[in-house]
Design a protein around this ligand. Structure first.
Ligand SMILES: [Zn+2]
Length: 349
């Protein structure tokens, strides 16, 4: 079967791979659609970041070359001998997170995690074998394309949870790539009134307004801290840092009101220099988030199933697997107007 396989930095190959034998606790998923994630792009541009290159990953037992893709949904083709809750023909979205699973779910991920599609073979192919517990049933109201959007949306839903937001809160989102856009959608679903989007790209800001930002600020044209205070004189209740660089980190704290919360959502690829007096002097609380818990993943499906959270607006292109390098990874590297690109596998609804 054809698969998009990571061999190294700037070396992603679409090639034939053997179908893997199905383990007793696994389900074989006929992949419908799969999204390209910012972390996939990191692996392509500067990897290996997460991909196990030198030795096998502890949780997946696999190493590069690996089939990428961790945002996917499909139809169950076959189930292993011990599988109880999923059956052939079920439509499922994949939660790609693998953990040791011996701690309560809110702390489990901090005990180490691996990702299907980064630390082991993933969904940019025809069939993906995943543990039964990682396959989540999709309601009839959701398409497989929606299913491929659950994973990035769940990141945003978890960020909202970490922020402890209240109904009617004001919000600022620094960096409106796909996760920033999903954060806007999730904040809106959580009852935010004013949602201020900040970015350097006019095209991204346009998209942010489309998905629900009430105000947009181009940080390259205006001082972002002043501009937010012009809108909200005391600052916002909650700021989300989704850009991952020193200036936005400082700015996100500076625009938050006393006793408000700043949530780090992005992965910082470089260390920054920072003075904690910025918190001491402002009374801002700082927290962070990574991925999502299993219940957040389920809750995201529930929210999407009812239509309360609809991330379809973040899709900017749909491409074929054969075009994944040029129209997928290269397009995301070079064109800031791209947000979420979906790869068509079986293409089923
Ligand atoms: Zn992702």
């Amino acid at each position: 079967m054809k698969a998009a396989v990571w061999y190294g930095k700037k070396d992603l190959r679409v090639e034939e791979r053997e179908e893997k034998p199905l383990k007793d606790d696994e389900v074989k998923v006929r992949v419908g659609w799969a999204g390209i994630c910012g972390s996939d792009l990191h692996e392509y541009e500067e990897g290996p970041v997460f991909v196990p290159n030198e030795e096998k990953d502890e949780l997946t037992g696999e190493q590069a070359p690996l089939t990428m893709g961790h945002e996917f949904a499909g139809v169950v083709e076959e189930v292993g001998a011990n599988v109880k809750n999923v059956k052939k023909g079920d439509r499922v979205a994949i939660n790609p997170t693998l953990t040791h699973g011996d701690k309560p779910e809110d702390v489990d991920i901090y005990d180490g995690f691996s990702f299907i599609g980064l630390h082991g073979d993933g969904g940019f192919t025809k069939y993906a074998n995943v543990p039964e517990e990682n396959a989540y049933l999709l309601p009839e109201s959701m398409t497989l394309q929606d299913g491929a959007l659950v994973e990035p949306t769940a990141v945003a839903v978890q960020a909202i949870k970490e922020a402890d937001m209240s109904f009617g809160d004001t919000v600022a989102v620094f960096g409106v790539g796909p996760i920033g856009l999903a954060t806007i959608l999730a904040a809106k679903a959580a009852g935010a009134t004013r949602i201020i989007a900040l970015d350097l790209s006019e095209k991204r800001l346009q998209k942010a307004a489309e998905v629900g930002a009430t105000d947009v600020i181009n940080s390259g044209e205006k001082d972002p801290v002043e501009a937010v205070h012009e809108l909200e004189s005391d600052g916002v209740d909650t700021a989300f840092e989704v850009a991952g660089v020193e200036p936005t980190f400082n700015q996100a704290i500076s625009v938050t009101k006393a006793r408000g919360t700043m949530v780090i959502v992005s992965i910082f690829s470089k260390a920054i220099e920072w003075n904690p007096m910025q918190l001491t002097g402002s009374g801002v609380k700082l927290t962070s988030t990574i991925a999502y818990s299993p219940s957040t993943f389920q809750r995201t499906i529930d929210l999407m199933g009812t239509g309360q959270l609809n991330p379809r607006g973040i899709i900017t292109d749909k491409i074929k697997l054969d075009d994944i390098v040029d129209k997928g990874f290269e397009a995301l590297s070079n064109d800031k107007s791209q947000a979420k690109i979906l790869v068509e596998l079986s293409g089923e609804k």
